[in-house]
Design a protein around this ligand. Structure first.
Ligand code: UD1
Ligand code: PEP
Length: 418
């Protein structure tokens, strides 16, 4: 077992380079199944979700070669089917992208019902609705989802809820369906655009990604290609919050500032100075920050993945902040841990009311999920004394080399093996 130990109250200063986007990478790796050829994917984050997906593809007959720390070559030529190993696939939610990719290439696939972090229910009815509209039959038995189509045919699909996962899964399948697919009320997140760019580079014909209407003309065959994953907006946002929370002055490199507008606006509202310079943002905190309210929304709204880290920052901001989580009902599990550190937070359903206190104090806390872990890292950096965080494996699902990156910024943080 591993733990993180942080000695708090150190001002973060310096520069940090942001890695490739986890939530794009975990869709792009399964998408390589569609190529039936060799793809080279770089700027991948060094995180456990990426490693697990590489292992799943290897197990399915793909040749996955690590070229360097951030680059893999995936050759899916010899793959014959897409029935993912149960135990491997249950490690992460994103294994469900093998459904869309397998359906597109082999006209069938089997994957465990979504696993990953426990942040509330992760329904897939919109994915199923899309697959069925294209002529697939879908069954769920013993926790395994099976999809199969004699003929996959493009369709007009109106999404009842805006879903990132369903939009991507339908794009994957539709890329190799016969005829045209239109996804209405599609999600617009940056990772949708990145996956669409990857598919188009493989020879797909997708237009409109990044808007709420995506049009896909199915093609018979795709081919391998090279792709660079976009920067991780959530990792970037987490370091922005960490800088703000420690009275810091940090330059965050390799970002797309447009993807960070929601978090930038909120931090500015709190009194943080943010200076944009090309693909870098400099975050300069002030001694007294004002509390704000946030409401998680689909892109370009405030991302649910940053709600927990942001909540830590609000615990010592002056006044009252209201956090409304509209996407995942189980995303307040970090709150009890923050209270252990002295935070004043009341949760009522999907709303948390945070009353700013003077300081947090270090404590032994436990990460319940990936972004709860990020929230506790930030709280530990803010707190007086020592904070001990367990369940480090959750944080490693999504944060590339975070101990090294934070140490380089002046944090006193170490990982210990027990
Ligand atoms: C909109 C949103 O913020 N999506 C985030 C969500 O994507 P993820 O793809 O996991 O979640 P979705 O975007 O699919 O879910 C959005 C909402 O739609 C609901 N839903 C989803 C699918 C479905 O078939 N039926 C249904 O009702 C979900 O319960 C949720 O309330 O987590 C990812 C990983 O943290 C993030 O990268 C995404 O940005
Ligand atoms: C919850 C997350 O990931 P996943 O949906 O892959 O579990 C996340 O990235 O915050």
């Amino acid at each position: 077992m591993e733990k993180i130990i942080i000695n708090g109250c150190r001002r973060l200063q310096g520069q940090v380079d942001i890695s490739g986007f986890k939530n794009a990478a975990v869709a792009i790796i399964p998408a390589a199944v569609l190529a039936g050829g060799k793809c080279v994917i770089d700027n991948l984050p060094e995180i456990s979700d990426v490693k697990t997906l590489g292992n799943i593809l290897t197990n399915l007959g793909a040749n996955v070669v690590q070229i360097d720390d951030k680059t893999v070559e995936i050759d899916t030529t010899k793959m014959k089917q897409c029935f993912a190993d149960y135990d491997m696939a249950k490690e992460l939610r994103a294994s469900y992208y093998l459904l869309g990719a397998g359906l597109g290439r082999f006209k069938k696939a089997k994957v465990i019902y979504p696993g990953g972090c426990s942040i509330g229910t992760r329904p897939i009815d919109q994915h199923i609705k899309g697959f069925e509209a294209m002529g697939a039959s879908v069954s769920i038995e013993h926790g395994i989802i099976s999809v199969e189509a004699e003929k996959l045919v493009g369709a007009e699909i109106y999404m009842d809820v805006v879903s990132v996962g369903a939009t991507i899964n339908i794009m994957l399948a539709a890329s190799m369906a016969e005829g045209n697919t239109v996804i209405e009320n599609a999600a617009k997140e940056p990772h949708i655009v990145d996956v669409a760019n990857f598919l188009n580079c493989m020879g797909a014909d997708i237009r409109g990604a990044g808007t709420d209407v995506i049009k896909i003309r199915g093609v018979e065959k795709l081919k391998g290609c090279n792709h660079t994953v976009i920067p991780d907006q959530i990792e970037a946002g987490t370091y922005m919050v960490a800088a703000a929370a420690t009275g810091g002055d940090v330059v965050i490199n390799n970002v797309i500032p447009k993807h960070l507008e929601a978090i930038t606006a909120k931090l500015k509202e709190m009194g943080v100075e943010i200076i944009e310079n090309g693909d870098s943002l400099r975050v300069i905190s002030s001694s007294e920050l004002k509390n704000v309210s946030i409401k998680t929304l689909v892109y370009p709204g405030f991302p649910t993945d940053l709600q927990q880290p942001m909540s830590s920052l609000l615990t010592t901001a002056k006044g009252t902040g209201v956090v409304t989580e509209t996407i995942f009902e189980g995303r307040f599990k970090h709150v009890d841990e923050l209270k252990r550190m002295g935070a004043d937070i009341k949760v009522e359903g999907r709303i948390a009311v945070i009353q700013g206190v003077n300081k947090l104090s270090g404590a032994k806390v436990s990460a319940s999920d990936l972004r709860a872990g990020a929230a506790l890292l930030i709280a530990g950096l803010m707190a007086e004394g020592e904070t001990e965080i367990d369940n480090v494996h959750y944080i490693e699902r999504g944060y590339d080399n975070f101990v090294e990156k934070l140490t380089n910024l002046g944090a006193e943080i170490k990982k210990i093996q027990l």
